[in-house]
Design a protein around this ligand. Structure first.
Ligand code: SF4
Ligand code: SF4
Length: 326
């Protein structure tokens, strides 16, 4: 799980147009077919984690049995709904990223949901953010063309050897996955060691640590591990910039409430009553900055759809995904 906190405004180092382009809009209330590609970021009630990373502001909660039951029911309903969309909207290919507040894969219903979704014809990719603490053998039952993991290595919570063994097992199983590390100064040596030991075709990303600024020399150290660290180093100026969220990318919570992304509160409707269809449209970002990869990857003013082409939800760059791990 990555963490997003308010940050000071910093200008992006990436070129953006002075004036965002005008966005064509459908008439208000006009029903809309779903786009040919739809990305859904799902976050249910689950908020517990088997790790206790000091840089994580959540996941300190123990989910009581009722919350776990609600989380399971919500996830099963979501999975059923995606299967139904395969019938009603067969022209729409869907990519799903589960972004739980805690660790999902230690819960059987997340493993079952990913397995089932990976075999649905309308699901082009289903991925989850995970700390990789659980067993990975269940992935053998998934369609390897669809299922993927966004795995984060937390050096204070797991040994190098244990994490690496899981990663190597994923590679042997031909599972698509990326590995990441939060760019805390004390993680640098562990990240360098993990980079050396991971299969070379596995992409290791570095997230800039929230609230930290990096000198050029410090940034260069991280960039040697992740050549795309520059995208994470500073928050991206996003206000008024066109962003694919709200149009072909949506955030969904456990009761089906849809928002454009995890960071903008305005509600677009509900996944279970189709109320959102008439509200899908291209629109500029209303927030000053976007500082989380799962958000700014969808900014049209950045080139990240090219950089991560074919691996956007699991964060695998196009040129990393050709060897070995698909
Ligand atoms: S693994 Fe993720 S969710 Fe769990 S404590 Fe660490 S940062 Fe938080
Ligand atoms: S740029 Fe980020 S905050 Fe703005 S709408 Fe897109 S995802 Fe949301």
């Amino acid at each position: 799980m990555t963490v997003s906190l308010p940050l000071p405004t910093v200008r992006s180092t990436y070129p953006v147009p002075d004036e965002p382009p005008a966005l064509p809009q459908p008439a208000v209330g006009e029903p809309r077919a779903l786009p040919t590609h739809l990305t859904l970021l799902y976050r249910g009630p689950l908020a517990s984690c088997d790790y206790d990373c000091p840089y994580c502001p959540f996941a300190k909660r123990r989910d009581d049995p009722d919350t776990l039951r609600r989380d399971r029911a919500a996830l099963e309903r979501f999975t059923d709904r995606l299967a139904e969309l395969g019938e009603t909207d067969p022209g729409t290919r869907i990519a799903v990223l589960f972004t739980p507040w805690g660790e999902g894969l230690v819960r059987s219903w997340y493993r079952r949901a990913i397995t089932r979704l990976s075999h649905l014809p309308n699901i082009e990719r289903v991925a989850i953010q995970t700390n990789l603490s659980g067993r990975v053998g269940w992935l053998a039952d998934c369609d390897p063309a669809s299922a993927a993991l966004w795995a984060t290595y937390h050096p204070g919570e797991v040994t190098h050897e244990r994490f690496l063994a899981k990663a190597r097992e994923l590679s042997r199983m031909d599972v698509r996955y990326s590995v990441g590390v939060v760019g805390q100064p004390e993680h640098l040596a562990a990240a360098e060691r993990m980079r050396r030991d991971l299969p070379e075709q596995v992409y290791l990303w570095i997230n800039a640590s929230e609230g930290l600024t990096y000198t050029d020399a410090e940034a260069a150290q991280w960039q040697r591990i992740d050549p795309h660290f520059g995208y994470s180093r500073h928050p991206h100026v996003s206000q008024g910039r066109p962003c694919r969220t709200g149009d072909s990318v949506l955030s969904v919570n456990g009761d089906g409430t849809l928002r454009r992304c995890h960071f903008v509160d305005d509600v677009l409707g509900n996944l279970y009553d189709d109320s959102f269809r008439s509200r899908l449209r291209r629109s500029p970002c209303p927030l000053e900055i976007c500082d989380c990869h799962i958000g700014y990857v969808h900014l049209e003013s950045l080139d990240l759809y090219q950089v991560f082409n074919g691996g956007i939800v699991e964060r695998i760059p196009a040129d990393w995904s050709t060897v070995g791990t698909r």
